[in-house]
Design a protein around this ligand. Structure first.
Ligand SMILES: *Cc1c(COP(=O)(O)O)cnc(C)c1O
Length: 398
């Protein structure tokens, strides 16, 4: 997945444009910037790459999720439905707004189970946040129809699925708002950065103002801009945007390499009895950032992970035992370890987590192994890896 694996002259050229002018900020200083507007240009490239009307750059993927929710009016006391399997950023972004993360089970797509979403809807539910984990996606048709029936916002966290599609549409462009991360380990990187994409004009205007202190960006002298509403600073710097500009132009190349490498590993594992692959909803095409498969039970999954490690097969994760991505290890959330007081509503919402066992999520995450697809593998290294992985799994399942 990581764009940093292919990093060089193109990125350097864009960054040097910014260093030559010395204007590191995306707004203002028109006369000094030698005509360079890297953040603006990157937003245009993102609109084209993902087929959306609007793109707003932000300082991170976590910021993108907070900004997307805020732009659509989600705030204090509102419930946002999210999956048990994601990155900690998902609930952080919800809590930032004083809203309540409501965790629900995933299914064999490793994303939100539509039935679990429906069961979790209450009078306080405002939004459903589908996290397009590990390069694939949820059942967007089912999720969209649930959201329409209950008048809920659908937000896509597509941070890990940049370039994946569903019925021909880019992931991130299907819900009301979509979020990307361009942090150091994502498919395209800015160092740190992210984006919110949407086809909704009003949401876009809100993201534009909100991420820059609520300034209205009305084209007058910057110092004279007014504030239609409260905002914060979630801006990206011009330097980070310059890196992203070079990277987004290489996205087709990155996706091609990912798909090629993914296919070699998948083919090597495809005829092993007892091993099954993650479900990709029909009409979906993965970004091929990860290869995900299931073993028969928790025990064989643990054993396989251990054998992979001791045989030099790196970047394969058993998320059941991982501290970052699965509810089982999120004690700081379930025990409400906040530096500052949480509202009574948030506390009551989080307290629910103490009573939930998420058996269905355990059933899938306990058996899942998720292998990151690197772009820097040589054909020989890849063949070698594929052969070793297949041998190990066969010997464990044999
Ligand atoms: C990386 C990631 C984020 C957060 O992005 P940052 O840019 O690191 O803040 C959010 N959600 C998911 C699923 C991610 O993988």
């Amino acid at each position: 997945m990581p764009g940093f694996e292919r990093f060089g002259d193109l990125e350097r050229k864009e960054v040097n444009d910014v260093l030559d002018s010395g204007v590191l900020m995306r707004y203002g200083f028109d006369g000094m910037r030698n005509g360079h507007w890297k953040a603006k240009e990157l937003e245009t490239e993102l609109q084209n790459a993902f087929g959306v009307k609007h793109a707003q750059l932000v300082s991170s993927g976590t910021a993108a999720v907070s900004v997307a929710l805020a732009a659509a009016g989600v705030g204090a006391g509102d419930e946002v439905i999210m999956p048990t399997f994601t990155f900690v950023a998902s609930f952080e972004a919800i809590l930032m707004l004083g809203a309540i993360p409501v965790l629900v089970d995933i299914d064999d797509s490793l994303t939100l189970d539509p039935k679990a979403v429906e069961t979790a809807i209450t009078a306080k539910t405002k939004a459903v946040m589908v996290v397009q984990m590990c390069g694939s996606m949820g059942d967007m048709t089912a999720l969209k129809s649930i959201c329409e029936a209950h008048d809920l916002l659908l937000v896509e966290d597509a941070c890990q699925a940049i370039g994946g599609t569903y019925n021909g549409k880019s992931l991130g462009s299907i819900g009301d708002l979509g979020c990307f991360s361009f942090d150091f380990v994502k498919t395209i990187t800015c160092g740190e950065g992210g984006a919110v994409i949407t086809n909704n004009d009003a949401y876009y205007t809100n993201t534009d103002h909100f991420t820059d202190h609520g300034h209205d960006h009305d084209g007058t002298d910057r110092g004279a801009e007014t504030h239609p509403f409260l905002g914060y600073n979630f801006r990206i710097s011009e330097l980070n945007a310059a890196v992203g500009l070079a990277q987004v132009r290489r996205l087709p190349e990155f996706l091609e390499v990912q798909k090629r490498n993914y296919t070699v590993l998948r083919n090597a594992l495809s005829l092993i009895e007892g091993l099954t692959f993650r479900k990709v909803p029909s009409g979906g095409e993965e970004s091929y950032a990860f290869l995900n498969f299931f073993l028969p039970d928790l025990e064989t999954a643990r054993q396989t992970t251990k054998e992979f490690k001791s045989n030099g097969i790196d970047v394969c994760f058993h998320y059941y035992d991982n501290n970052w991505h699965y509810v089982r290890k999120w004690q700081h959330l379930t025990e409400q370890k906040s530096l500052y007081p949480l509202s009574a509503e948030v506390k009551a919402g989080l307290a629910q987590l103490q009573h939930k066992t998420f058996e269905q999520s355990n059933h899938f995450i306990g058996r899942n192994i998720s292998c990151l697809i690197k772009m820097s593998w040589t054909p020989e290294a890849l063949e070698n890896r594929a052969t070793k992985m297949a041998q190990i799994v066969k010997s464990i399942l044999g």
